[in-house]
Design a protein around this ligand. Structure first.
Ligand SMILES: Cc1cc2nc3c(=O)[nH]c(=O)nc-3n(C[C@H](O)[C@H](O)[C@H](O)COP(=O)(O)O)c2cc1C
Length: 420
């Protein structure tokens, strides 16, 4: 079996603050030092990359105000990931650094220049998590009246990515860019350093049919959260078929599934920790309601917790979470679905490092997937203790089995990833 590609998804937000292991980071988190330390820990464990998530507003979908968001900190407060990417670049040598930037909020030449600069600063380790944004307020904060409709955001993103690729190419061959497209225009010489990789590694997380088409066309790494091995296999097959139909090599795109393992010294201890972690306490339920509202951009406070999500609920936000919750609550209830896991995991991974490694290996055997993206539930939850569980427990177990790399291959982020 080939080795897995492994990444970690972090939100530049206050780390764990409701545990006895909160330390002092809750006061200092915005200076980035905690997250630079996280990146160094990921490099010590030989992970392939870190993804720095982003969204730029304090959402107010739950109950129509920001009050509950600040009570549970799923999306805010948050700091901008770009300066952090520069600090991580200076503090690490091998780790890929994937920064989230939105095609709806940045102008293409501005984004292309920032990514080219990050690729130079990191000596060929930049990645771009291409998102289209789904927050109405985010659009208004950059001077737009409203956000484009879901599929149109991807039409614009297609043209945006094509244009940025041409801008990066022009740093190599010096050709002025002349572009008059449907959504963007650009002209003249582009003043940016030549990125060592030519262009950043493109990462994406399409969940809807239109989003999947976009990911299939552009992404080299796809991160996704279909739930259960069958859904994971279906997702990967679908994406690979879309690539084939577009005349692209399916193997040139890696699909990584998001997971939040819970480990213990025994399986029973891990199960007890897992149960405590997601127990249906008032605080946990509120956290899930706020997270779901602010991801799907609709107010879940309107729904009855003891009923399924109404089948006719729709959104102009991220469609996949809403659809997943409809499926998971059919014949059941939101309350039951919220008590199962962190809402953003493909597989339940609960047990000793050996048990968890077994499950990961079995899933890859069935799905034919390419690896995993570790994540600990948004803001307010990540701790050094959790990092240690994964990086000093699970990863060495995967390494012993030849399923994770023990050393980095030479070259750029893209070169290293090609060995997975
Ligand atoms: C693992 C993962 C990470 C994501 N990271 C971000 C992010 O940092 N910022 C953001 O605006 N959207 C993020 N998204 C949302 C996706 O870009 C996308 O909008 C979502 O998966 C829904 O798919 P759709 O746009 O095709 O409906 C992420 C989604 C997933 C599954």
């Amino acid at each position: 079996m080939k080795r897995m590609a492994l990444g970690w998804f972090v939100n530049f937000m206050p780390p764990a603050w409701r545990t006895p292991w909160a330390g002092t980071d809750v006061a200092d988190w915005a200076d980035g030092r905690f997250y630079v330390e996280v990146a160094r820990a990921l490099e010590r464990a030989r992970l392939d990359f870190v993804v720095l998530e982003d969204s730029s507003v304090v959402p107010q979908n739950h109950g129509g105000s920001a009050r509950t968001e600040f009570m549970v900190t799923t999306k805010a407060p948050k700091n901008d990931p770009l300066p952090l990417a520069g600090a991580i670049a200076a503090a690490t040598t091998h780790l890929g650094i994937v920064t989230t930037m939105s095609t709806s909020l940045y102008p293409p030449a501005h984004l292309a220049r920032l990514q080219a600069s990050l690729d130079v600063l990191s000596r060929g380790r930049a990645g771009w998590n291409v998102v289209t944004s789904f927050e109405e307020q985010a659009a208004q904060n950059v001077g737009l009246d409203t956000l484009w409709e879901h599929d149109q955001r991807y039409d614009r993103a297609d043209e945006f990515v094509d244009l940025t690729q041409r801008l990066w190419r022009s740093t190599r061959d010096g050709t002025p860019v002349e572009h008059a497209g449907r959504f963007f225009t650009a002209t003249g010489r582009f003043d940016a350093p030549r990125p060592p990789q030519g262009s950043p590694v493109l990462c994406q997380a399409g969940g809807s049919p239109r989003g999947l088409d976009f990911a299939a066309r552009h992404a080299e790494v796809v991160v996704a959260v279909p739930q259960g091995v069958e859904a994971m296999a279906r997702y990967r097959r679908d994406l690979r078929e879309r690539r084939e139909r577009a005349g692209l090599d399916p193997d040139a795109c890696r699909v990584l599934f998001m997971v939040t393992p819970v480990v213990g010294e025994t399986d029973a201890e891990a199960r007890a920790r897992h149960e405590r972690m997601w127990a249906p306490t008032d605080w946990n339920l509120l956290r899930k309601l706020v997270f779901a509202s602010n991801t799907a951009e609709i107010d879940f406070a309107r729904f009855d917790l003891d009923e399924p999500v109404p089948a006719d609920a729709t959104t102009n936000g991220a469609q996949s979470l809403l659809e997943q919750l409809k499926v998971r609550t059919r014949g059941s209830s939101l309350r039951a679905a919220f008590a199962q896991d962190g809402l953003a995991e493909s597989l339940p991974l609960v047990g000793t490092p050996e048990t968890v490694a077994d499950r990961m290996q079995e899933a890859m055997d069935v799905v034919g997937g390419d690896g995993f993206l570790f994540f600990h539930g948004g803001g307010g939850l990540l701790s050094r203790r959790y990092l240690t569980d994964v990086l000093d427990g699970i990863v060495p177990e995967l390494q012993r089995r030849g399923l994770a790399q023990r050393e980095y291959a030479p070259g750029t982020f893209r070169d290293k990833l090609a060995t997975a």
